[in-house]
Design a protein around this ligand. Sequence first.
Ligand code: FAD
Length: 203
Amino acid sequence: MHELIIIGGGPAGLAATVYAARKQLKTLLVSVDIGGQMSLTLGIENYLGYQFIEGPELIDKFQTQVSQFPIDQKIGDAILINKLADAKNLSIFTEHQTEKVEGEVFVNGVLIKDLKSSESKRLAVTGIFIEIGLMPNSEAVKGLIELNKWGEVPVTCACETTIPGLYAAGDVTNIPEKQIIVAAGEGAKAALQAHRYLQRLVT
Ligand SMILES: Cc1cc2nc3c(=O)[nH]c(=O)nc-3n(C[C@H](O)[C@H](O)[C@H](O)COP(=O)(O)OP(=O)(O)OC[C@H]3O[C@@H](n4cnc5c(N)ncnc54)[C@H](O)[C@@H]3O)c2cc1C
């Protein structure tokens, strides 16, 4: 039985996990991946303590810190990627960067660059779905919480949602600054609030 479930393994979720574990809450971290949008970031120059650090390296450091605590983790990405890899009508390009979208009135192609070989290639496509973190990933709580017009989860300055015991932090919320350091700070706040909430329940 877990006292706290943290959904999401980005900076907000990982910071929340560290704070929850330090408060000795029985914590379950459920996430599609570890690192979130940081895995898409080639260079980070605005995270305190590092003048420059690559996204994957910062993820490793976060993960090492999280791993020192006895929390349960359920990661879904491998399962999802395996499922996708089985699909016959799908090509997956990892470690590629989108360089250019081509077309006049309609899209007819996209140039992508292999980050390992630096080679570019053109894919003939007629449609593109851009999913690089600008849309709040609030699908899971749609219908449970009233989202704002941008699809963000409205929270108080204490990371409270409209549901007691349900806290939200990071880019998915209406906090305006979508940055790693902000998400991590908000995650820490959310975990401390959850701890306070649980303490109130038992006293
Ligand atoms: C290309 C790029 C470059 C960036 N550069 C910088 C930078 O230089 N400096 C900076 O400070 N910020 C940068 N950012 C922004 C920064 O990455 C985000 O603000 C930060 O990652 C937000 O953290 P988060 O934990 O709130 O969300 P995310 O990082 O989005 O993490 C969300 C987590 O939730 C998981 N998840 C989502 N839905 C579900 C679900 N239904 N079930 C389980 N798990 C789920 C995801 O797998 C992920 O682990 C950049 C973002 C991008 C896209």
